[in-house]
Design a binder for this molecule. Structure first.
Ligand SMILES: Cc1cc2nc3c(=O)[nH]c(=O)nc-3n(C[C@H](O)[C@H](O)[C@H](O)COP(=O)(O)O)c2cc1C
Length: 236
């Protein structure tokens, strides 16, 4: 499995170390490339800390937040939220490869701190920085509040034993981040047709759908069509 998928967990406490001009330029290039291929309008912000200083909105979950990528796009772009999840996760995993701590944040931030065009939707931000290494006390607390991951059997219904490629893809889906840790994206494999869907009764469910599809494709190859309930196509 890709190391970044196994290694990634959400990081909310950062050191005060700022990104250098060279690092910023690399991240900005990644953002430009993603925008060119997706039609999205992601934007790197060196200092977005204003979105995290209002305690009422960020609940004190975060420490030393500074740099981030605004994951946004034109409201008329088809499958906007799903694409934000899919391409945002592509950037996130690359950032993890580069050694950065990251976190998707869609709810616990002050949206008024960010300037967005009227015809754009800001789904989330992706934090990027140097994760603070945990003290022993924090490590003990974290091990008690460890993220519970649903097993593959709760994420897919199948009419046969899962073939190896499908099992591999699902292992990566299980490790994907999800808003409020809901892990709601569900897969269905019947008559050799695979689909992925989500209830879409929460504002960031479709972002989660895009993220889950990205994880699946990284490990299983092939590609999903866009859309809730859309089919998967295998490439041998
Ligand atoms: C679309 C999306 C939105 C999220 N929004 C927030 C948020 O507002 N605040 C927060 O602290 N974490 C947020 N998260 C992080 C999730 O809480 C986290 O991914 C989940 O609990 C699983 O933990 P892990 O990422 O460490 O595997 C979000 C994740 C996703 C995918």
């Amino acid at each position: 499995m890709r190391a970044a998928i196994e290694k990634r967990t959400s990081k909310r406490s950062f050191t005060t170390q700022k990104l250098t001009a060279d690092q910023i330029s690399k991240i900005e290039n990644m953002v430009t490339q993603i925008n060119e291929k997706s039609g999205l309008t992601f934007e790197f912000i060196e200092d977005g800390s204003a979105g995290f200083t209002n305690f009422k909105k960020s609940y004190g979950f975060f420490k030393n937040v500074r740099s981030m990528i605004l994951t946004k796009g034109n409201i008329h772009l088809p499958h906007l939220k799903e694409k934000i999840g899919y391409y945002g996760e592509e950037i996130m995993l690359d950032l993890v490869d580069m050694g950065y701590g990251t976190c998707w944040v869609g709810g616990t931030l002050d949206r008024d701190a960010f300037m967005i065009n009227e015809d754009e939707d800001l789904a989330c931000v992706i934090l990027v920085g140097y994760a603070e290494s945990r003290s022993l006390k924090n490590k003990l607390t974290a091990s008690r509040t460890r993220i519970i991951r649903k097993p593959i059997s709760e994420r897919i219904i199948s009419d046969c034993e899962l073939p190896e490629w499908l099992e591999n893809g699902m292992q990566a889906v299980v490790l994907a981040p999800t808003a409020r840790n809901s892990q709601k994206v569900h897969f269905d494999y019947k008559d050799e047709v695979l689909t992925a869907s989500v209830a879409d009764d929460y504002i960031r469910d479709l972002v989660d759908l895009g993220i889950a599809k990205k994880h699946f494709e990284i490990e299983a190859g092939g590609h999903f069509e866009w859309g809730n309930g859309a089919k998967y196509f295998r490439v041998d």
